[in-house]
Design a protein around this ligand. Structure first.
Ligand code: ADP
Length: 295
């Protein structure tokens, strides 16, 4: 069945925060795509049109680290957003390791954590210029988590849902999603800060980076974080990282120590992080196409 005279609907891929996602063929290009059906929530009349206008802006954004938004259209009262099709996500890939291949080469971990942060797109959301950690930029916090990092056919990692949170807010998000996303949230967000900058993304990257090293989520904040005076941390700055990560290289630990700073002003920026020795010393990451793939 063709949708919008252009897309041939295939199977359902899953259900996410905004609604059902299905696979489809774009008959105009022959490309396989993923279509997200976004159900109108309790927004007021016309909200979908505003959203549509903003989504059209996201279409202009072309970045190799962000999932391409191909099209958006209303259909039967729902908003449909068309994305390039991605094979799998980092979470699925990572946690199926025991059944697939045993070790993630440590020089490939970086691909999974920092590449999506190159300055080009960071600046897009920075109406006031280059990033300062504490600026109120309206919309950062790209909801970084392993299942939002999708892996394409060539092994390239890309960030999903970029900008959608800004448009739709977190209204209607399922509780389970929040619990999960919380593990990647910077301390100040957890405690209700309204002003934050790109530092929150550096924090989330760090949590993902560490998760790849440890093979389990690192900071599993419990529900008690919602209690008014919750202050306890599982990780204490200055605690020797070497004890926690016996297998990591010195460069990796040095980078980690700079990323895992509670104070976002003291935290390394995305830009500085990308220039860290860790990314230039040692063997380069394996070409995405040469990475081990499931049979
Ligand atoms: P969430 O809101 O939990 O992040 P999503 O709405 O992004 O979930 O995705 C729901 C399901 O659809 C997931 O199982 C995901 O793997 C799949 N999916 C989402 N985007 C794509 C895509 N571009 N290509 C292939 N599958 C996708």
């Amino acid at each position: 069945k063709k949708v919008a005279d252009r897309y041939l609907k295939c199977e359902v891929l899953g259900e996410g925060t905004y609604g059902v996602v299905y696979k489809a063929i774009d008959t105009k290009t022959g490309q396989t795509v993923a279509i997200k059906k976004i159900q109108p929530g309790k927004q007021k009349e016309g909200a979908n049109f505003t959203a549509l206008r903003e989504i059209k802006l996201l279409k202009e954004l072309k970045d190799p680290n962000i999932i391409e938004l191909i099209d958006a259209f209303p259909h039967k009262g729902n908003l449909h957003v068309v994305f390039e099709f991605m094979e799998t996500d980092l979470e699925a890939e990572h946690y199926s390791f025991p059944h697939r291949y045993k070790v993630i080469p440590s020089n490939d971990i970086e691909r999974t954590c920092l590449l999506p942060y190159e300055m080009g797109f960071a600046q897009l959301l920075m109406p006031n210029g280059p990033h300062e950690p504490e600026m109120d930029v309206g919309c950062v916090g790209r909801d970084m988590k392993p299942n939002n990092l999708l892996i394409g056919p060539n092994g390239r990692l890309k960030l999903a849902d970029f900008g959608l949170v800004c448009i739709f807010g977190s209204l209607g998000r399922r509780f389970t999603h929040q619990v999960f996303a919380r593990w990647y949230r910077a301390p100040k967000l957890l405690f209700g800060a309204k002003q934050y900058g790109l530092g929150v993304d550096v924090w989330a990257s760090t949590c993902i980076f560490v998760e790849l090293l440890l093979r389990r989520p690192f900071l599993q904040w419990a529900d008690m974080i919602y209690l008014p005076d919750y202050v306890e941390y599982q990780y204490v700055p200055g605690q020797p990282l070497r004890a926690t990560f016996p297998m990591a290289s010195d460069d990796a630990l040095d980078l980690l120590s700079k990323m895992f700073m509670y104070d976002p002003k003291a935290r390394i920026s995305t830009h500085q992080a990308l220039e860290h020795r860790y990314f230039s010393y040692g063997p380069p990451p394996t070409e995405p196409t040469l990475l081990p793939r499931p049979p």
